[in-house]
Design a protein. Structure first.
Length: 284
């Protein structure tokens, strides 16, 4: 099939893009960046936007820089930018690890980091990363700008706090302290498929014991989030298989699992047990 007819706009500046978006948003206007999620559903006519604001030529939205202790990721930054470490510390290494799990290589060459966040698929690796690291997300419109904490940004399956006339202009990830440990694990039926459950674990060691743990879950609930019950289990403990298994149990007990025709609640809990324990084990 082919997409329904639409009008495409190609602004050159952010102000121009926001002005156009303000005009077309009430008439089913959408932002086009990488298009790896939007274009396929348009081809199947599951979405029929009347207007597309193509931001691929907007100056400045390709920024990828460290500023004020955060990694700033502009709306045009592709997944492929993270194939190599984009900063010298643990955050750069973490992002280079996670990106390998995103879809397939051709998709990573076109899809964008911020576009993934705006699409808000529960299985998205970048959504999980943003939620686990407590990212700040900068939304801009002709009305102004606002900063949305990741914990408030994701509102459900493919639902976010973005208003129709807002563009997710950048994401800000906090730099991680030297010596930070991390592990990532996900389960999907085939390589490149959407993850049925995933986990990102991040922590530091102080006197041989886990501190400042962040344990996030994706794919198992309508939105990714940190699991404080699992974090409480590992904080103050020396890393060990028993501690990691206890954290995995706590995470499985804490979630409200998604169910579908293939997956019941208990199966999803089993997946969470597995991905949490493996993410923690992978941090060593």
């Amino acid at each position: 099939m082919k997409p329904a007819p639409f009008t495409r706009y190609v602004p050159k500046t952010l102000d121009e893009a926001l002005k156009i978006l303000a005009e077309v948003a009430p008439h089913d206007g959408r932002v086009l960046a990488g298009g790896q999620s939007l274009v396929p559903i348009m081809a199947f006519r599951m979405a029929r936007p009347a207007h597309l604001v193509d931001i691929n030529e907007v100056a400045g939205l390709d920024a990828l820089k460290v500023e004020n202790g955060k990694l700033v990721i502009g709306a045009r930054v592709r997944h492929a930018a993270f194939h190599k470490s984009v900063e010298k510390g643990a955050l750069g290494a973490l992002l280079a690890t996670v990106v390998k799990h995103i879809a397939h290589y051709p998709i990573r060459m076109r899809g964008t980091f911020c576009g993934s966040l705006a699409h808000a698929d529960p299985a998205s690796e970048w959504c999980l990363t943003a939620a686990t690291l407590d990212a700040e997300l900068v939304a801009k419109s002709a009305r102004g700008a606002r900063v949305i904490p990741a914990r408030e940004f994701f509102e459900g399956i493919m639902a976010t706090a973005l208003k129709d006339d807002e563009l997710l202009a950048e994401a800000r990830l906090p730099l991680l302290p030297a010596g930070t440990k991390f592990g990532f694990n996900e389960f999907s039926r085939r390589a490149g498929d959407f993850a049925m459950a995933s986990s990102l674990a991040v922590y530091t060691l102080k006197d041989g014991k886990i501190a400042e743990a962040r344990i996030g879950i994706g794919g198992a609930e309508p939105s990714p989030r940190r699991i404080p019950e699992a974090e409480a289990v590992v904080n103050g403990q020396a890393p060990s298989e028993a501690v990691f298994q206890a954290a995995a149990e706590a995470a499985a007990d804490a979630i409200d699992p998604l169910e579908d025709h293939q997956t019941n609640a208990e199966y999803r809990r089993d997946l969470v047990r597995a991905v949490v324990s493996r993410a923690l084990e992978g941090s060593l």
